[in-house]
Design a protein around this ligand. Structure first.
Ligand SMILES: [Zn+2]
Length: 540
């Protein structure tokens, strides 16, 4: 199917290429039906455009950059919002030019830190990316819903069940964002979902009900000696208070600045949420040395009385009273710490990691977890890019406004990989018929019997003439070898011709997904197969 050239860089061999072309045609058809117009933008993009939008920093090292012979900086497009926004800026003047849906099927480049999973996380890949342009939010909602439906149609036609989940918009930016996930144990994304309602979210973005902790009326702060008790576990055991009655201090470096994060002791920080709350580009946990260097008493740090460092609090600090927190002195903690009476936070937001078994943020039922492969990602970008790049339209009264944008991507290779993840057994692939490289695996056995070869050759020509796609295994190999290869390649329908089937003027038809073959008379086999394939490959 594929052959690796470098880390995250692959050649697609003939079978995979046929699958990719089928996926591409289905996508193109659905984009056109939704009103999309196809165009083609370049891979080479001036880095200035990315600097103008500010997204060169958001993409960071993921952006492949290079210098041309005149020392001008260029980027290899990881996505095309900048180029298309500039294009629309040059070509759209009036509200009468909108709405507009433009798309392409183009190669993208992303310097992923950890290419993995074959085609799932690669550095060069083909993506369909559509961009919507509207006059207002209501228009964006219409375009967004149109695309959600078009995407559902695409997966449906590929016979690939997907789940729509809420997603983080990451480096792309914008506010609302959803992913289409193929549920697979091997998937790199954790999904939290609620069986009580429709809530379903990428774990990066998921929320959970944090509940309230009954701590009584606020009491005066008091110091308590906690010799050698550094961790939340040690402190809560030693003082005999539940973990959710404590506050934990965690330190991060955000674009090089040390940040003090406060969160309830039973919760953990979700770094994606924290990064979004801080609007920073790079975030990592601070080392113990970095914390000590900043003059902080590691293990006993407290937001109470801390100076010269930005404090970010999870909104769980509001979920109770009289918490135990650090004392900012060795071997000391404080009881009865209350927010905002005893400390201030520059940012207070939901920055907690939601976990299985916690309550659904909408209905309270316990959240469940599964894994998935993301096969589509849609974003409501809003106006931040059109504002930065000056893409405006004039309303009926003559006033200029930024164009409201959305963007919608499907990675073709990843869809192929996800289809295999979802459709295989221990013998090999079981292709869904609509995207299978071939419909039929034509498998003549015992070719030395002249009649078998002759009938097979004749049937091959008839099936091709009927518009069916046939992989003709005319090798002189044993039945075992041929059947194993047929199972491995996963072509949906296997047609076997042998001296035994010909005694009954028949051939054997077997679905890759089923165990038992069926004998079909030779004189009706072409009609029979044509019917099976037509039924399996819907065109709308
Ligand atoms: Zn729910």
């Amino acid at each position: 199917m594929i052959s690796q050239v470098a880390a995250g860089v692959y050649s697609y061999l003939p079978l995979a290429w046929r699958v990719l072309k089928k996926i591409e045609n289905i996508i193109r058809d659905e984009m056109n039906k939704a009103g999309g117009q196809e165009l083609m933008m370049p891979v080479l993009q001036p880095l200035e455009l990315w600097q103008e939008s500010g997204r060169d920093q958001a993409f960071g090292k993921t952006l492949f950059t290079l210098l041309d012979r005149r020392e001008r900086k260029l980027a290899l497009g990881p996505t095309h919002e900048e180029v298309i926004t500039q294009l629309v800026n040059h070509n759209v003047q009036s509200y009468r030019d909108l709405p507009l849906l433009l798309y392409q099927v183009q190669t993208k480049f992303r310097d992923e830190p950890r290419p993995r999973g074959g085609l799932v996380r690669v550095r060069e890949f083909t993506m369909k990316d559509l961009y919507s342009f509207d006059t207002d939010e209501a228009g964006l909602d219409v375009s967004y819903n149109k695309m959600l439906q078009a995407y559902r149609n695409v997966y449906d036609r590929c016979d690939l069940p997907t789940t729509l989940v809420e997603a983080d918009s990451g480096a792309i930016g914008g506010k609302d964002s959803h992913e289409f996930m193929v549920i697979a144990e091997s998937g790199e994304n954790e999904i939290l979902y609620c069986s009580g309602c429709q809530y379903s979210s990428n774990a990066e973005k998921a929320q959970s009900a944090k509940g309230t902790v009954e701590g009584g009326g606020p009491l005066p702060v008091e110091e308590v000696a906690t010799p050698g008790k550094y961790s939340i576990e040690q402190v809560s055991d030693f003082l005999k208070v539940p973990r959710n009655q404590t506050l934990k201090a965690v330190f991060y470096l955000a674009d090089g600045e040390l940040i003090f994060v406060v969160i309830r002791g039973d919760l953990d920080v979700n770094e994606v949420k924290l990064k979004n709350a801080l609007h920073c580009f790079e975030l990592r946990m601070a080392t113990e040395d970095e914390v000590i260097e900043a003059g902080i008493v590691a293990g006993f740090a407290s937001p109470v009385g801390i100076k010269g460092i930005r404090v970010v609090a999870d909104d769980s600090v509001n979920s109770g009273t009289n918490f135990v927190a650090g004392g900012n002195k060795p071997d000391t903690h404080l009881r009865n710490v209350n927010y905002p009476r005893d400390f201030k936070a520059e940012i207070i937001d939901d920055i907690a990691l939601a976990r299985v078994g916690e309550g659904c943020p909408r209905c309270g039922v316990k959240l469940s977890s599964t894994h998935g492969i993301e096969v589509g990602h849609v974003f409501k970008l809003g106006t931040f890019l059109s504002e930065k790049l000056g893409a405006l339209f004039i309303d009926p009264g003559g006033a200029p406004h930024p164009i409201v944008m959305g963007c919608y991507g499907i990675g073709l290779g990843r869809l192929l990989a996800a289809a295999i993840e979802q459709n295989h057994d221990d013998k090999g692939i079981i292709w869904p018929l609509p995207i299978a490289p071939y419909h039929i695996y034509l498998c003549p056995l015992y070719l030395e019997g002249a009649k078998v070869a002759e009938v097979a050759e004749d049937l091959y020509n008839q099936l091709e003439a009927a518009g069916l796609e046939v992989l003709f295994d005319d090798r002189d190999e044993s039945p075992g070898v041929k059947f194993n290869d047929a199972d491995l390649l996963g072509i949906p329908i296997r047609v076997t011709i042998s001296p035994r089937t010909l005694e009954k003027d028949s051939v054997e038809v077997k679905w890759r997904s089923e165990k038992e073959p069926q004998l079909v008379p030779l004189d009706s086999i072409v009609t029979h197969l044509k019917e099976l394939v037509t039924r399996g490959v819907r065109t709308s």
